[in-house]
Structure formats: structure tokens, C-alpha cells
Design a protein around this ligand. Structure first.
Ligand SMILES: Nc1nc2c(ncn2[C@@H]2O[C@H](COP(=O)(O)OP(=O)(O)OP(=O)(O)O)[C@@H](O)[C@H]2O)c(=O)[nH]1
Length: 395
């Protein structure tokens, strides 16, 4: 995005009346419960089609007023060209201008993504009912997602809806294998150092795929069917939880469910976990998805289960007397059935996790097995299940 140094300031929404198409923004009375606004993180390697997707969303008739926040510089697409960032004498107090778009949406650009900036934006949220945050092509979404997810519990006016990752069908395998020019790549590529203590090269493409809730494999017009099936298989082997769709020019058939309103962090359904059990692991040497299944637990084992999660995610080790190699967990989801009919839903991003009881009746279909899905490095070791079973059995 072509902007200047004033991007560092906290963005504030355009004021009512700045644009004729934007209706009056009326603040809710203090005692009115305010509906939280979803935020979707859009990520993807350089040139994958993020901006093309945003342009598509902003021009579609979706009936939503969307605030688009870009934290990227140097692009030339249409919405970004409309950004006229304030002059050199701007001060901290001055808001970053927002560009009103034809259908009531707005666009702004920030250098650093922070909850405070977006909270500030939401204070004047008036008529806006969705936020899309486009990250830089080299961003690690695992660093950004917990900011919004965590804040949800602290009375925030926004909630993390999901992470959408765009992948360039033509170049993604190269990005995964080589990582050239990639600041996240673990070590110098093509040398004896292209491994780190966890194993083979970890690239930005891996990080963006492993954290995604939806993966759009874009630019499918540039590959053959056969090439595409290799790409799909590789991506599925990395992330066995995400929904995968193929697109040209980032054009998804519909926005709801594909990009918007995913609610990827509030629910864990049996359907969410269905791809994870298909056993494609080991296709990618760096990251895989692993599913641990085990019998229903008792209510008194819940603290033990929590101890397993805490030790694994916070101490990077496994409880109990098990031998294991190093691991690194990027994403975690689980549905844990409890013998009294309850079902616990587990969500995790890096070392942040959340465990809630499923609302309503327990297992959707009398689920008897508990299932925990891990995405990351070194997650396919039998030691995970051994440790879990030992911890549940311990007194
Ligand atoms: N052939 C083809 N080109 C595409 C497709 N989608 C996007 N492009 C082109 O690919 C280029 C990069 O697309 P962008 O949307 O700018 O990608 P980006 O992810 O925002 O790129 P960065 O901002 O550099 O990270 C543009 O020239 C697009 O027109 C597609 O499906 N097929």
C-alpha cells in the first residue's frame, strides 16, 4: 500500500457525512448491548491474490458495510490508489484518513496492527459491521490472531471470525520448498543450515497455511488439473482442518461461509474435524496435522486433560514419563466427549487455548470418541497420545 509515515497513527473511522453514501453513525446508548463486530484476517504469500480478493469483496453486493484495514505498503491496486494519506505536518492526534468506497465500505492503512488501533476504530463504528484485515505477504498470522481472540474475553467490541489464506496455485510448492526471500524461513536455504532444531525449513507459506481456517487456492487458471491436485494434497497434508476452495481471480462463489461469518473460533463441530482424520501426513516434511482419538473422559479427568494441554502448549513438553522429540503447535481443535453427556470444545492458536462446554445437548450424534487435532511441527509422534492417556490415568 502506498502510504507515508502517518500510517503509524491510530486509525479512526471517517466521520458521518464524510461520504454521502455513508449513513449517519449513531452511537448506541450506554446501556444497549452492542453486537460485536467480526474481524477476518486475510493473509497469503506475496502476489497470491489478497488485494484481488479485497477488491472483489468490496465491489460485491453483500449488504455489509466493511472496514478494510491494510497493513502493507507499495501496492498499486485501485482501492489503495485512492488512499490519500495526510501531509508531513500531521501529528499523532490526527487520524489516518479512511477512504469511503462506493458501497458504504471504507478502507484505511496502518503500519502496525494492534488491538488498540482497531478498538479506536470501533469506537466510532456506527454503521460498520465487518472488519477485514489484510496482512503483509510475509506476516505470520499466528502472531496476529491471538491479539484479537484474547481480547474477545476482555470486553472487546470485536471478535476474531477466522483466518483466510490465499495461496498461489502456480508458486506455492516453490514457496514451501525453497522459501527464498522469506524472512520467516528458519535458516539459510540450500545449505546444510536449512534445518533448525525442529526439522526441515519452515517458511512463511507454511505458517500461513497451518493457521488458516479457509484456504483459497487461487490462480487455478495457471495450472493443469494434475498440478492442482498435487497442490491440494500438499496443502491438505499441512492443514487437515481448513476448508479448501479453488479460485480464479479470488472469486469465491459466495462470501458468507467462504470468507465472512466463519465463526471459526466459537464452534468446533464434528464436520470441522472431518478432514483431519484422512491421514495425509508426511507429504510435507515440515508441518502436518495429527489427530488423537481416545475414549470419553469423566468429569473428574477434565483438570487432567487441561494439565495435558497446558504442559504441551505452555511448556513445550509432554507431561508424564514419555520420550518425545521437539514439537511446535500452531493450531489445535478438539471435541472431547465427557461420560455425563457433555462435550468440551477446544480451540488453540500457538500457546493460547480455550476450552468451553458445547451449548445445548452434548454429542451431535451420540459421539463416543474424543478427538484432538494438532497442526504443527513434530505433532505426529505417538508420544502425544501416550502422554495424554497417562495424564488422564494419573491420580
Ligand atoms: N492469472 C491470474 N492472475 C491473477 C489471479 N488472481 C490475481 N491475479 C494477478 O496476480 C497479481 C497479484 O495479485 P494481488 O491481488 O495483487 O496479490 P497480493 O496477494 O495482494 O500481492 P501482494 O500485495 O504483493 O502480497 C495481480 O496482477 C493480479 O491481477 C488469478 O486467479 N489468475
Amino acid at each position: 500500500m502506498d502510504t507515508d509515515s502517518s500510517d503509524e497513527e491510530i486509525p479512526v473511522l471517517v466521520q458521518p457525512g464524510d461520504d454521502d453514501s455513508t449513513p449517519e453513525l449513531v452511537p448506541a446508548p450506554d446501556d444497549t448491548p452492542v453486537e460485536k463486530v467480526p474481524i477476518t484476517i486475510i493473509t497469503g504469500y506475496l502476489g497470491a491474490g489478497k488485494t484481488t480478493l479485497l477488491n472483489y469483496i468490496l465491489t460485491e453486493q453483500h449488504g455489509k458495510k466493511i472496514a478494510v484495514i491494510l497493513n502493507e505498503f507499495g501496492d498499486t491496486i485501485d482501492i489503495e490508489k485512492q488512499l490519500t494519506v495526510s501531509d508531513a505536518d500531521s501529528t499523532e492526534a490526527k487520524p489516518i484518513p479512511f477512504v469511503p468506497l462506493a458501497n458504504g465500505c471504507i478502507c484505511c492503512s496502518v503500519k502496525d496492527v494492534g488491538v488498540a488501533a482497531i478498538e479506536n476504530l470501533m469506537e466510532q463504528r456506527g454503521g460498520f459491521d465487518y472488519i477485514l484485515l489484510e496482512t503483509t505477504g510475509l506476516a505470520d498470522p499466528g502472531n496476529i490472531a491471538p491479539l484479537f481472540w484474547l481480547d474477545d474475553g476482555l470486553g472487546s467490541s470485536i471478535f476474531l471470525d477466522g483466518i483466510v489464506t490465499l495461496v498461489d496455485a502456480k508458486n506455492v510448492l516453490k514457496s514451501l520448498d525453497e522459501g527464498y526471500g522469506d524472512e520467516n524461513a528458519t535458516k539459510d536455504v540450500g545449505t546444510e543450515h536449512d534445518h533448525d532444531e525442529h526439522g526441515p525449513l519452515l517458511t512463511t507459506a507454511h505458517l500461513q497455511i497451518s493457521h488458516a481456517d479457509v484456504i483459497l487456492i487461487n490462480k487455478v487458471d495457471l495450472v493443469s488439473e494434475q498440478e492442482l491436485s498435487v497442490v491440494v494434497e500438499r496443502i491438505r497434508s499441512i492443514n487437515g482442518l481448513a476448508r479448501i476452495e479453488t479460485t480464479t481471480k479470488s472469486q469465491v462463489p459466495q462470501l458468507e461461509d467462504f470468507i465472512l461469518d466463519l465463526h471459526a473460533y466459537d464452534e468446533v463441530t464434528e464436520a470441522d474435524l472431518k478432514f483431519s482424520s484422512k491421514g495425509h501426513s508426511h507429504i510435507d516434511p515440515t508441518i502436518s496435522t495429527s489427530t488423537i482419538t481416545f475414549p470419553s473422559i469423566t468429569s473428574s479427568q477434565i483438570p487432567k486433560f487441561d494439565e495435558f494441554l497446558r504442559t504441551m502448549l505452555w511448556e513445550d513438553t509432554l507431561p508424564g514419563n514419555v520420550t518425545h522429540a521437539r514439537f511446535e503447535i500452531h493450531r489445535l481443535k478438539g471435541r472431547i466427549s465427557v461420560v455425563d453427556g457433555k462435550v468440551l470444545l477446544i480451540q488453540g492458536v500457538r500457546n493460547v487455548y480455550d476450552m468451553n462446554e458445547a451449548k445445548g445437548k452434548g454429542g451431535e450424534s451420540g459421539q463416543e470418541e474424543a478427538k484432538l487435532v494438532l497442526i504443527g511441527r513434530g505433532v505426529d509422534q505417538p508420544a502425544f497420545r501416550e502422554s495424554l492417556i497417562a495424564t488422564l490415568a494419573s491420580s
